[in-house]
Design a protein around this ligand. Structure first.
Ligand code: ASP
Length: 327
């Protein structure tokens, strides 16, 4: 006959093994300590080393990953030379600069804005959505009204450079939803802080000269970015339509949860994409960056040319990512 103690032990163990509370057995990082010097760490898609530097300032002072990724994402948002993010972003085919962004913290809270115009820092509006509303996502005019109410200034985000590029595009006005694989630099930025808190942010002006109203992967939780403090965090760049159809960032974090190293996790998801959409992947780029809770990282893309900035142990380095296809 079972004693009461045995019964409690068995049922507790059974519940845990069945995944109750979601921390056993899917979260090996819970038990394993990060290697010395592995934390804190931040990675951003593309050559966004000014963004990782802004994030590092916070992380190296013992700050929170959430604050770090927001600070990092704000750098390209305010940069008029960056034609894929925020101010200076290329407009849609009707001449509107429309922005998408999302953010997640270590508690699994999420906030996002899509199809937002006139606000230079959509990532900070996304954070306000997360922290000040009962919702996850605000879109278009409603997102703008919310931002204005929160005190964000209304600005013209269409720079002269972007306007000229749009005028040139209009001569042919070829509507091809194809992203030049060498020239898009949506920022996805992910971090684990010294206290093993994970967070991620993603912000973009989306595909250049897209249809008015088009929203990509970047503001969609699980597509453009996903963070789960039990496992890790991942973010995407590239053709949003492909990322959306596979919810790549979510999938990467789930692969990490099942015990995969982040590098293996990103490779698995890129391969899955190629298997499922063999025609679409031939001419389009998708790239991912990921971190697990221990600070191990991964980066991988469909085609060569994807790079990422990694800041750790006082070193801010831009690396070339591996790719599934070769030139
Ligand atoms: N993923 C972004 C989008 O489709 C574009 C990019 O990363 O360049 O909106």
């Amino acid at each position: 006959m079972k004693t009461r103690r045995q019964f409690l032990h068995n049922s507790l163990f059974g519940a845990l093994a069945a995944g109750a509370g979601n921390w056993w057995p899917d979260a090996p990082s819970f038990f394993e300590r990060p290697a010395k010097g592995a934390l804190p760490v931040v990675i951003a898609t593309w050559n966004n080393s000014r963004a990782t530097a802004a994030a590092w300032k916070i992380l190296s002072a013992g700050g929170r990953a959430l604050d770090a990724v927001e600070a990092g994402a704000r750098i390209p948002e305010a940069d008029p030379e960056d034609t894929s993010v925020g101010y200076g972003g290329f407009p849609d085919r009707d001449g509107h600069v429309t922005l998408d962004a999302c953010i997640m913290d270590e508690f699994g809270n999420a906030g996002s804005v899509s199809f937002l115009e006139h606000i230079m820092h959509p990532i900070s509006v996304a954070r306000r959505v997360m922290e000040k509303t009962p919702h996850v996502m605000l879109s278009g005019e409603g997102a703008l009204q919310f931002a204005l109410k929160e005190g964000f200034p209304k600005e013209n985000l269409l720079t002269e450079k972007a306007r000229r590029a749009w005028e040139e595009w209009k001569i042919k006005s070829e509507y091809k939803p194809v992203i030049n694989i060498e020239r898009h630099d949506t920022i996805g930025i992910v971090a684990v802080d010294a206290r093993q808190r994970v967070a991620g942010a993603c912000t973009t002006s989306g595909m250049a000269f897209k249809m008015h109203g088009r929203v990509g992967d970047s503001p969609i939780i699980g597509a453009g970015m996903f963070a789960d403090n039990e496992a890790g965090v991942a973010a995407a760049t590239g053709l949003g339509e492909l990322v959306l159809k596979t919810l790549g960032s979510f999938l990467i974090v789930e692969e990490i949860r099942r015990g995969k190293h982040p590098q293996k996790a990103v490779e698995t998801v890129i391969k899955r994409l190629a298997q499922k959409y063999p025609k679409d992947v031939a001419e389009n780029q998708v790239g991912y960056v990921a971190l697990d809770k221990k600070g191990r990282h991964g980066a991988y893309s469909l085609h060569p040319g994807f790079n990422y900035a990694l800041y750790r142990q006082e070193q801010n380095i831009v690396f070339e990512a591996g790719s599934l296809f070769h030139k």
